[in-house]
Design a protein around this ligand. Structure first.
Ligand SMILES: CC(C)(COP(=O)(O)OP(=O)(O)OC[C@H]1O[C@@H](n2cnc3c(N)ncnc32)[C@H](O)[C@@H]1OP(=O)(O)O)[C@@H](O)C(=O)NCCC(=O)NCCS
Length: 123
């Protein structure tokens, strides 16, 4: 189940975000959290499986596109399809908007589209 971030999820969200290679530095991680908390276009979602938060996806929403800036899954739940499922749900939520990737999220997102034989929006 995909849940919108709220302040009470901060600790778990920071833990999941820190699995992103570019968010290992605490200062950078705090800056990123601040952006998600302050900028309405930047939206963070957590994936809840049974009683645990096991995944995170962070996007920036614009009128016709959305950018996936962050995606991570707790190492003990990787390979169970959580990453695929989060991207599927977010894509559904974003309706007609085209998806953009960043250097950090591109490898996994491209793999999903290859698996689905889907279409990736051009930059
Ligand atoms: C990337 C990540 C979110 C995938 O989550 P997940 O729930 O394990 O993914 P799924 O179970 O839906 O899919 C697993 C598949 O994705 C592949 N995969 C995992 N990480 C990948 C990556 N960085 N690039 C390309 N493919 C990747 C796996 O090899 C597996 O392939 P297979 O189905 O052919 O065996 C998770 O590995 C993670 O949190 N990584 C650390 C954070 C990170 O680097 N995020 C940015 C990734 S570009």
């Amino acid at each position: 189940m995909l849940l919108r971030y709220k302040k009470s999820f901060q600790k778990i969200a920071m833990g999941l975000l820190s699995f992103m290679p570019n968010e290992r530095d605490l200062k950078k991680l705090q800056q990123t959290m601040h952006i998600y908390e302050e900028e309405p276009e930047w939206q963070l979602f957590l994936w809840k499986k049974d009683e645990d938060f096991v995944g995170l996806i962070g996007i920036e929403v614009e009128e016709f596109i959305f950018t996936v800036h962050h995606i991570s899954v707790n190492p003990s739940h990787r390979g169970e399809g959580v990453g695929h499922e989060m991207v599927r749900k977010i894509t559904e939520m974003m309706q007609q908007r085209g998806m953009k990737m960043t250097v950090e999220t591109e490898p996994f997102l491209k793999k999903i589209f290859e698996d689905d034989d889907g279409h990736v929006a051009a930059d």
